[in-house]
Design a protein around this ligand. Structure first.
Ligand code: THU
Length: 129
């Protein structure tokens, strides 16, 4: 099992690849699935700002493209710019589509230590069809 610290480390490694020339705010995400596999994503910006993609959704898209069918258990999110790099609302809704009941969001605190948050705390009453 991959530890929360390892997930954060992996998120930092992909954060280096982020394409963020406009905001200069690089984000990296590592999505861990029930299968034990993990997938990485970074943000990718565009001159047409609204087209920018978040790191979290890129990681989840990579999982889907690679045929992942199990539930999303954890996602570690980091930025070199800040501690407590919380996911945006759109990414929270994406998590709700794929996540396990025990899903956790892992972010780094000021000491670079992992802090975890439950879905029910960060997106209560999420929209479901
Ligand atoms: N960003 C993410 O990658 N994930 C989030 O959850 C929030 C924001 C990116 C998008 C944009 O490239 C930059 O951070 C600044 O908003």
């Amino acid at each position: 099992m991959t530890s929360d610290s390892e997930l954060l480390k992996l998120a930092h490694s992909v954060c280096e690849n982020a394409y963020a020339p406009y905001s200069k705010f690089k984000v990296g995400a590592c999505a861990l699935y029930e299968s034990g596999k993990y997938y990485l994503g970074c943000n990718v910006e565009n001159a047409s700002f609204g087209l920018s993609l978040c790191a979290e959704r890129n990681a989840i898209s990579s999982a889907i493209a690679n045929g992942e069918k199990s539930k999303l258990m954890k996602i570690a999110i980091v930025s070199d710019n800040t501690s407590f790099c919380f996911p945006c609302g759109a990414c929270r809704q994406w998590f709700s589509e794929f996540c396990h009941d025990d899903f956790e969001v892992i972010v780094e605190d000021d000491q670079k230590a992992p802090k975890s948050f439950r879905m029910s705390d960060i997106l209560p009453n999420s929209f479901k069809l």
